[in-house]
Each structure stands twice: as structure tokens, then as C-alpha cells.
Design a protein. Structure first.
Length: 408
């Protein structure tokens, strides 16, 4: 299977020549990139090679040991996703749901406007005042914006705390580290660029004002126990430990991304259960940001309600990309049902345009990861078990479609 894995890595890197977003990380031997550049494969070449590789993988006899069986299942799914992305780059278009199934091995539920109305009604009750609900929510959020001169100290405190909590549960290899950078003109709010050798570059987008909850969310999601830890453990256990070369490259548009985003989002709750987070907000982050700590609990309550609107973004993406909702209406929908102001709604639509059905990986991914962890005993009242099951998802290959299966 090693030869098939090597062929897969070369195809991912070959696609990256044509698709700037296709390769999120690569830390394999330098010869891999050199060989790909020398081959100069066209999209039709890659499509044919991917089809051939799929046939070869399907012909592999089922392994008798579970780790190798997991490896084969994941490799088959990753190649299917690669073939789908190559077809998209060549001009093929399918529906939003067909695309997400092909790329991420999952389809998000569909919700109409009526699904979100009860949440909006609850927010109406806790955000009194004049004007439309969206405007009142924006006024509320504005009171919790971190002043620009305090952003760095707030982020570093959040990262230090999330790292300390993670290290208390997860042994990480010596030398793991990251750099933190602030950037602009990006369609996302934060990003982890994994560079290999247990190192990451974490970027925070400062185009829009940073509200206090984003500090801990991004610290956990991009760092600990999120993307940075996920990639470090993959390199340690799968690439170096088992010699599985296919994990030395991370194709963004693949089932791996749903696991990565889902664990990064649920990892926030794993590292900071609700009462711990409320205390950390009140005692550390709000004072560092110069905000009124007596309002921390109220802010968390409102944000919990707003989080229940997350699938509204999926609906905007689905209809916009399927051509049933024009751009202006997509932005209006996000303002109404996701409570985004116009700049954030416009930024989100830019994200849809660039990353398409990738949006399902955040909320559906988190829901699937949560369900898997809890089904295997990792409930909130059993934090040790929760960490143990959560770490299985970071150390072992899992397909998104396997997360919904009953616990064995």
C-alpha cells in the first residue's frame, strides 16, 4: 500500500500546481515536489491517474488488522475526493450537497427560514431596544470589541491557557511550537498553516473588529487542542511513527477536513467546559481587554443563542452556489438569519465563492465529532473520557461517515 500512498501524494501535489488552495500543508521529502514539477501533469493527466489509482485501491484485499484497514478506507475516500476536485477544476459543476458528499463524505441538513425563527425570537427577548434585531445585536457586540492595542495580549493569554490545558492531558513532542501573525485582506478570520517539524504559523485576520470570544475560539481552534495539535499528532504518529506518507500532505478539499474542522471546533468545549470558560472570561480575558467583566456571563448567554443560527450560513452557501439565491439576497439572508452585519456578510460570501461547500465542515463537523465522542462515553460529566475519545480522532484515521455509526 505504500506505493499507492506515494502515488496519491504525487497526485495531490500535481493538483496543487493548478489549484492554489488544494494543498493546505506538505512536509514530505523535497523530492516529492521536485518530481511533480518535473512531470508537469495536466488536469486530464491527473484525472486519469486518479481514476487508475481508485481502481488499484479497490483491488487491494481487505487488511486483517484494523489500523491498516482504516488506512485503506481513508486513502480510498481521499482519492475519491481528489478526483472530484480535479473534475471541478476542469469545469464540472454539481449541486452543493453532491459536492460536499464527494469532497467531505458528508451532507449537511437543510433548514428553511422557519427553523431559525424561534432562535431569533429568543434573542428578541434578551436584546431589548429599538430597531431591527440585527442592528441591536451589532450594538451589543460592539461593546465587547477588543481594542486594537490590546488584541495581541488577549490572544497570547488565550493561547497560553489553551496550550496549558492541552498539555495537561496530551503529551506533545518536544519542540512543537507556533508563530502568531496578524494579517488583512483574507476571507477567513483565522488560519493555521502547518509547516512540518511540529511547527505552525497561526494567522489572525484583523480586517474586521475582533470581539472578545474570538480570542479563545481561535486559540483553541487554530492551536490547542485544534489544528496545530491535530497536525502535530498526525506527523508524530502516522507519518513518523507508521511511515504513512499520505499523511505528509493535507489536501484541503477532502474528508480529512471535516475531521480537522470538527475536532478544532469541538476542541474548544473539550479544553474549556462551559463553567471553566465563563470563569476564564471573567477573570482573565475581559480584564486584559479592558472590558466590563460583570457582563461576561450575559455575553456568553447571547452567544450561545447566536450559535444556534450557524446552519443559516450553510443555507446561504447552498442556495447561492446552487444559483437559486443571488449575491445580494445571500448577504441579506446572512444579515437576517445569521445576524451578521453587512461587512461580515460580504466577507462570508467571499468565503463561499472561494471554498464553496467547505462551510459544512465547521458546524456539521462539530456536531458529528460531539456525537461520536459522547456516544463513546465522552460526556461532559466524564472529562477524562472525553479527552481520551477526542484524542482518538486526532491520532487515528476516521471517515466522517463513520462518526455517525453506533458505538461498538
Amino acid at each position: 500500500m505504500d506505493a499507492l500512498a506515494h502515488a496519491y501524494v504525487q497526485l495531490v501535489l500535481a493538483l496543487g500546481v493548478h489549484d492554489a488552495d488544494a494543498v493546505d500543508a506538505c512536509y514530505g521529502p523535497a523530492s516529492l515536489t521536485t518530481d511533480v514539477e518535473a512531470a508537469a501533469a495536466t488536469l486530464p493527466d491527473i484525472a486519469q491517474a486518479a481514476a487508475d489509482l481508485q481502481e488499484r485501491l479497490m483491488a487491494v484485499a481487505p487488511p486483517t488488522d484494523e489500523p491498516t484497514a482504516r488506512r485503506l478506507r481513508m486513502l480510498r475516500a481521499q482519492v475519491r475526493a481528489l478526483a472530484a476536485r480535479v473534475a471541478m477544476q476542469a469545469g464540472a459543476r454539481v449541486s452543493f450537497d453532491e459536492e460536499s458528499r464527494a469532497l467531505y463524505d458528508a451532507v449537511a441538513p437543510t433548514h428553511d427560514a422557519a427553523h431559525f425563527e424561534p432562535v431569533l425570537a429568543a434573542l428578541e427577548a434578551v436584546l431589548p431596544g429599538d430597531g431591527p434585531l440585527g442592528e441591536r445585536y451589532e450594538r451589543f457586540r460592539t461593546a465587547f470589541v477588543v481594542p486594537p492595542e490590546r488584541v495581541d495580549r488577549v490572544f497570547r493569554a488565550a493561547i497560553d491557557a489553551s496550550r496549558a490545558r492541552t498539555l495537561a492531558r496530551v503529551p506533545l513532542p518536544e519542540g512543537e511550537t507556533f508563530t502568531l501573525a496578524y494579517v488583512t485582506n483574507r476571507p477567513w478570520s483565522g488560519y493555521n498553516w502547518y509547516q512540518g517539524d511540529y511547527r505552525s504559523r497561526i494567522e489572525v485576520n484583523t480586517d474586521l473588529p475582533i470581539v472578545i470570544d474570538r480570542a479563545l475560539d481561535l486559540a483553541c481552534h487554530e492551536g490547542y487542542p485544534g489544528h496545530h495539535v491535530y497536525n502535530v499528532l498526525i506527523e508524530q504518529h502516522l507519518v513518523r511513527g507508521r511511515g504513512w506518507i499520505e499523511w505528509a500532505v493535507y489536501p484541503l478539499f477532502s474528508p480529512q477536513s471535516l475531521i480537522a474542522e470538527g475536532t478544532a471546533n469541538f476542541g474548544i468545549t473539550v479544553a474549556f467546559p462551559e463553567e471553566d470558560r465563563r470563569a476564564f472570561d471573567r477573570e482573565v480575558l475581559f480584564p486584559l481587554a479592558g472590558l466590563d467583566a460583570t457582563q461576561a456571563d450575559r455575553y456568553r448567554h447571547v452567544q450561545h443563542l447566536v450559535a444556534r443560527l450557524s446552519y443559516a450560513g450553510n443555507e446561504a452557501a447552498r442556495q447561492y452556489l446552487d444559483g437559486t439565491m443571488p449575491l445580494e439576497r445571500a448577504e441579506t439572508w446572512l444579515q437576517r438569519y445569521a445576524l451578521m452585519d453587512q461587512p461580515r456578510a460580504a466577507q462570508r460570501v467571499r468565503f463561499f465563492e472561494r471554498y464553496r461547500s467547505y462551510v459544512i465542515n465547521y458546524n456539521l463537523g462539530e456536531d458529528l465529532v460531539r456525537a461520536f465522542v459522547e456516544a463513546h462515553g465522552g460526556t461532559g460529566d466524564r472529562p477524562d473520557r472525553r479527552w481520551d475519545v477526542f484524542m482518538r480522532l486526532l491520532r487515528e484515521p476516521h471517515l466522517p461517515s463513520e462518526l455517525a455509526l453506533p458505538a461498538q
